[in-house]
Design a binder for this molecule. Structure first.
Ligand SMILES: [Zn+2]
Length: 373
């Protein structure tokens, strides 16, 4: 049997790692940031533009693609890669997070999750097995298992039940994996309860997955709480497999998670904030609506080589954003996606050269100094 996923660690500096993940549809360097393409598009950007930012893997959402365009269409068009013309790897989530964030529409039982579509209210059942089938229709290269992610704060007993059920669901997912399927990652839960997290990691490691994700963080807890959880949990995940922190986050969270041994990330922040005129730079964040940018001839970020920064001034982007022009949000999106790729590539180069800690301090210093220096 050929390996569904090969992971190689090229260098370690402290806990931070630089490596490469090889999937059946090509390789990507780690640490890696995956732009979010919820409905089969990274909002406002073409696949070629996404690739030009440096991204080599994107994320798509099983729950959303199941509702629209649906598995019958996905099967008919030959899967998502062919449909959207993205030839690189695609990771798909399992819907667990959507059931968490749309929890008033979802009911959990041992069999699976019954939920109502947020679009038309129709009722559906997602079992762990069904979720794998849907990801198969998408053509996912890295499938995530269905998990239960309770809202925090939660009683230990509630967290414990979610962890044990998620382990049983992970085992059921593994049992229906077929030849020709993509790789499969499990998701460790347990809130900020470290002993429960470690118990879940141990249960999932025994089952044996291609990679391991940490779910249920950055859901409203303080950053320090998230870092403390990562301090304990990341090193406990199998060292020979990629570690993926789901849905995180701000550039500073990504840098701090890399420092704790995490390899893969996804987040809607670069694309979502861009649509509101929010941009990330080496000098912290900027709101492109700000009146002081109206005649600012500089690029968004002097250190950035993206299309936006190489072509247009802050003043022009500010004008477009204020006027509600679509081109404006394309420009902020392309910049933010490029910046996130620059962060993970910078981290990788620093690990390879054994200067990660100095690089990490320099990133924080730049964000804290802001525009003034
Ligand atoms: Zn830029």
């Amino acid at each position: 049997m050929t390996e569904r996923l090969v992971f190689r660690v090229d260098a370690v500096d402290g806990q931070a790692r630089a490596g490469e993940v090889v999937t059946r549809r090509g390789a990507f360097a780690t640490p890696a940031f995956m732009p979010v393409g919820t409905l089969g598009t990274v909002k406002t950007a073409s696949p070629g533009e996404v690739e030009a930012t440096g991204a080599r893997i994107i994320l798509a959402n099983t729950y959303h693609l199941f509702l629209r365009p649906g598995t019958a269409t996905l099967d008919a068009v030959g899967g998502l890669h062919r449909f959207m013309r993205w030839s690189g790897p695609i990771l798909t989530d399992s819907g667990g997070y959507q059931f968490f964030s749309l929890s008033r529409l979802a009911k959990f039982a041992e069999e699976g999750v019954t939920f109502r579509s947020h679009l038309d209210g129709t009722a559906h059942l997602f079992t762990p097995e069904r979720v794998i089938e849907v990801q198969r229709s998408i053509g996912s290269d890295i499938m995530m298992v269905l998990d239960q992610c309770p809202a925090l704060p939660a009683e230990r007993r509630t967290l414990e039940e979610a962890v044990d059920r998620s382990t049983r669901w992970a085992a059921r997912s593994l049992a229906v994996r077929a030849d020709g399927d993509g790789a499969m990652f499990a998701i460790a839960q347990g809130g900020t309860d470290v002993s429960l997290r470690l118990r879940h990691v141990e249960q999932l490691s025994e089952l044996g997955f291609d990679g391991y994700a940490i779910g249920g963080l950055a859901v409203g807890e303080a950053p320090e709480e998230m870092y403390a959880t990562l301090d304990a949990v990341a090193p406990a995940l199998p060292a020979t497999r990629p570690r993926y922190l789901m849905g995180v986050g701000r550039p500073e969270d990504i840098v701090e998670a890399i420092a704790r041994g995490v390899d893969m990330f996804d987040c809607v922040m670069p694309t979502r904030n861009a649509r509101n005129g929010g941009v990330f730079t080496r000098r912290g964040r900027l709101n492109m609506r700000g009146a002081r940018l109206a005649r600012d001839e500089r690029p968004i970020d002097e250190g950035c080589r993206c299309y936006t920064c190489m072509t247009h001034s802050r003043a022009y982007v500010h004008h477009l954003i204020r006027a509600g022009e679509v081109y404006g949000i394309r420009l902020t999106t392309l910049h933010n996606l490029t910046y996130y790729q620059d962060v993970v590539r910078g981290a990788r180069e620093a690990v390879l050269e054994g200067r990660f800690d100095a690089w990490r301090r320099a990133q924080h210093a730049g964000w804290e100094a802001g525009e003034s220096s």
